[in-house]
Design a protein around this ligand. Structure first.
Ligand SMILES: N=CN[C@@H](CCC(=O)O)C(=O)O
Ligand SMILES: [Mn+2]
Ligand SMILES: [Mn+2]
Length: 312
């Protein structure tokens, strides 16, 4: 289920006649195995099972490939090392097993001092990511308060028996309840037409903090920043998860459920920078990249740009 990095994917334009600073990602990313020090660890989660189970449009399995391809050609402005930590493959419908393997890999990256960025896959990636972070948290002398910040048009709080891309935060809430941990979840960019009253009721029951997409315009940025700041202040560690369908469909068409409105990229990027500057960000993932519905690699490029920014 786990496969080490396939480094042949890291290729792109070469600008060496421009001098020593003319460097792109494909010339700097190294394989995790044999890594020379802690850095950013890119880990792919190749999975269609979550979206398929959630009545969505499959294709996210190819997400990690197209995000890496888009990253490969980006200019290198990074100050830290970036390692490719390989991929977790979900075979057929073996979603739970794939999430368990992802958790193991994430926990290992964290133990080794890396900053994991997981490339999805549907949003079922979040349960594996959180499991890995929770495992690492348990190894700390003092258990940290973990806060989840999800940029998403959807709560993904479905209560279905079968895990899917629509259930990860409900699964996490259940796990927290069973373990006696508080569930701290902040969902930014929620679309009212995209979530039934039942999901809003669940969010209320679980004390979820949220902000609607139509409360996140550029003119409302200060209020959004204040809400994010208050949440960040209330926790020790942050797990950041970005569902690409939080962005307008014109910016991110390559997802299972494109957003009619969405939150502007400039707002999402500004808030991500704010979260990063807190120094509490422990890991991140980018979910729902689906190349089957992309237009001219727009979504892959925007996903890569977000990873680029997180990995600065
Ligand atoms: N991970 C995405 N989940 C959304 C999909 C909504 C849709 O397909 O319209 C959800 O379950 O609500
Ligand atoms: Mn979503
Ligand atoms: Mn989602």
């Amino acid at each position: 289920m786990y496969q080490p990095a396939e480094m042949s994917i890291w290729r792109g334009r070469v600008d060496h006649e421009e001098g020593a600073l003319a460097v792109r990602w494909h010339e700097r990313v190294t394989a995790m195995h044999g890594a020379i020090g802690p850095g950013v660890a890119l880990l792919g989660f190749r999975c269609d099972a979550g979206v398929t189970r959630n009545q969505g449009r499959p294709g996210a399995k190819q997400g990690p490939t197209v995000i890496r391809q888009a990253l490969a050609n980006m200019a290198w402005h990074q100050t830290r090392l970036v390692h490719d930590a390989g991929d977790v493959h979900c075979e057929d419908d073996q979603l739970e097993a794939a999430q368990t393997v992802l958790a193991r890999e994430v926990a290992q990256c964290l133990m080794d001092g890396h900053f994991p960025i997981v490339l999805g896959g549907g949003h079922e990636v979040a349960f594996g990511s959180f499991l890995g972070l929770a495992r690492f948290a348990e190894s700390q002398p003092k258990p940290p308060r973990i806060g989840i910040i999800n940029f998403d048009a959807h709560f993904d709080l479905r209560g279905s028996e079968r895990p899917s891309s629509g259930t990860p935060f409900r699964q996490i809430a259940r796990m927290c309840q069973e373990s006696g941990w508080p569930f701290r979840y902040c969902c930014l960019g929620v679309s009212e037409p995209g979530n039934t009253p039942a999901l809003f009721a669940t969010a209320r029951e679980l004390n979820v903090l949220w902000r609607l997409d139509d409360e996140m315009g550029i003119h409302q940025l200060a209020d959004s920043q204040q809400q994010v700041n208050a949440f960040v202040e209330s926790v020790d560690w942050i797990y950041l998860t970005i569902c690409l369908d939080v962005l307008p469909a014109a910016v991110a068409p390559g997802v299972s459920a494109p957003a009619a409105r969405g939150v502007a990229l400039e707002v999402v990027e500004t808030l991500i920078d704010q979260i990063k500057q807190s120094g509490k960000l422990k890991m991140a993932d980018v979910a729902e990249m689906n190349p089957s519905f992309d237009i001219d690699n727009r979504t892959a490029k925007v996903a890569a740009r977000l990873v680029w920014r997180l990995a600065r």
